[in-house]
Design a protein around this ligand. Structure first.
Ligand SMILES: [Zn+2]
Length: 453
């Protein structure tokens, strides 16, 4: 297919009618013409850019719905983490492919066209290198290629169990590597995977010291197109421990070290003060927010409005996959602010007027940027990662075009995505991925193998 005609398309300047989109052979958008006559290879109704999911731990899909049973003591992020470690301990590369194949099918059906995989489950259950040292990464890449989602693989450096360079706990043996092993792993991934972005992630300041971060970046070379992600300030306890042992707060430390720049994505950054908030915004780094997971784990609420007032950039991720719906992430993001402030429309800070529009546009554009993907807008040169909306979802044809995105975020609706294009190729039509039945069957078999049922 060389061209697409949309009755209504979300362009950088807003909704436009009768838009003809030329597609280049390399999967990018060649040209965009508004007010066009309907002469194209295919006509669609309402077209918008796909979302980039900037933060995923694929294997945690198998924990969703299994971690809501009260334990003996107060349940918290840390008791949830014990359950997560127990699952991580048992997975083989085959299990990881089965879980992530279904996950990526579900993401595409929900409107995510790209995913950043924050991947730390590197080694075999004994903590030894697999014969193929990147076997677990290849399992993810294989699943992403089958499903047809754009992948930014972010292998994770994980050295320590806590601040003060404490050695990894037994449950962390599958994650931990030396910086030298890690750099070799990234080189091997770059050699083997030429159809996905390969960046890096540092698990957290608990797990990686600043010196190791600098060594890794120096060895790999920091450059545009090389995303660097880190979990930071997710839990108040983590901020306290950092302050006690290092004399600085986590984000404060990263900023004083002058590490974050526009290639960095700070995941969660929930517990930050005003100076840290301004520092992140000024650095150009993206805040990678995961509102449904942050709610599920009791993390806290990111200071979105103040961050937007400093022209900070945010993106969204599904993290532990308690939800796979970008519109729901955005609804929770806005509602957290409203519940906290007692006011409405907290994501509207500039010249915009519509909360849904502002939230969706920021997430699409900054999500792609955080994964170093040239995507997130319907414009020449961008990758053709596109969604066709179902006009019956949220009855969007009844609300007027200016309110379409508000309705998708804030009105009752069923699944709003009809068709999904990734790199100029349709990967699903009529809301259903062609691999869904196979992916579900293999996921069920995996759960049986692991005796999760
Ligand atoms: Zn995470």
């Amino acid at each position: 297919m060389e061209s697409l005609f949309a009755r209504l398309a979300l362009l950088p300047e807003g909704w436009r009618e009768n838009v003809r989109i030329g597609l280049a052979a390399d999967g990018t958008i060649a040209d965009v013409e508004t007010g066009s006559e309907a002469v194209a290879d295919e006509g669609v109704g309402i077209l918008m850019p796909g979302f980039s999911n900037v933060h995923s731990h694929a294997f945690q899909r198998a924990l969703a719905g299994r971690a809501e049973v009260a334990g003996d003591s107060d349940d918290s992020f840390w008791t949830w983490r014990d359950l997560m470690y127990r699952l991580a301990d048992r997975l083989t590369p085959k299990d990881l492919t089965s879980i992530s194949r279904l996950l990526y099918v579900e993401m595409l059906e929900a409107g995510y066209t790209a995913v950043g995989e924050f991947h730390y489950l590197h080694h075999d259950p004994a903590g030894e290198l697999y014969e193929e040292p990147i076997a677990m990464s290849l399992a993810l890449a294989h699943a992403a290629a089958e499903a047809g989602i754009s992948l930014a693989l972010l292998p994770v450096l994980y050295r320590y169990s806590d601040f003060g360079a404490r050695p990894p706990e037994p449950a962390q043996r599958r994650f931990s590597t030396t910086p030298e092993q890690f750099v070799a792993m990234v080189h091997r991934l770059r050699d083997r995977l030429d159809d996905c972005i390969v960046g890096v992630a540092f698990h957290s300041l608990r797990a990686v010291d600043v010196g190791s971060m600098r060594d890794v970046i120096a060895a790999l070379g920091q450059h545009p197109g090389f995303p660097v992600h880190i979990h930071v300030a997710e839990q108040a306890r983590e901020v306290e421990a950092c302050l006690q042992l290092c004399g600085q707060r986590p984000v404060e430390m990263l900023l004083l070290e002058d590490l974050p720049d526009e290639n960095w994505c700070l995941i969660h950054a929930t517990h930050i003060n005003d100076a840290e908030l301004r520092g992140i915004a000024a650095s150009g780094a993206v805040a990678g927010l995961c509102p449904t997971t942050e709610a599920n784990l009791g993390d806290g609420i990111f200071p979105l409005r103040s961050f937007l007032q400093c022209e900070g950039r945010f993106a969204i991720g599904s993290d532990s996959h308690v939800s796979l719906d970008p519109f729901e992430e955005l609804r929770w993001l806005e509602y957290g602010q409203r519940l906290q402030s007692g006011k409405r429309l907290r994501a509207v800070t500039g010249n915009g007027r519509h909360a849904g529009f502002e939230l969706v546009r920021s997430a699409a554009v900054n999500g792609a940027a955080a994964l170093s993907l040239n995507a997130g807008q319907i414009a020449p040169g961008q990758r053709a990662n596109l969604l066709v909306l179902d006009p019956n979802a949220a009855l969007v044809d009844t609300v007027g075009e200016d309110n379409i995105l508000d309705a998708l975020v804030f009105a009752p609706r069923r699944a709003p995505v009809d068709s999904v294009m990734v790199d100029g190729r349709w990967v699903l039509r009529q809301g259903r991925h062609p691999l869904r039945d196979l992916a579900v069957a293999e996921y069920r078999a995996c759960c049986e193998r692991l005796r999760l049922a």
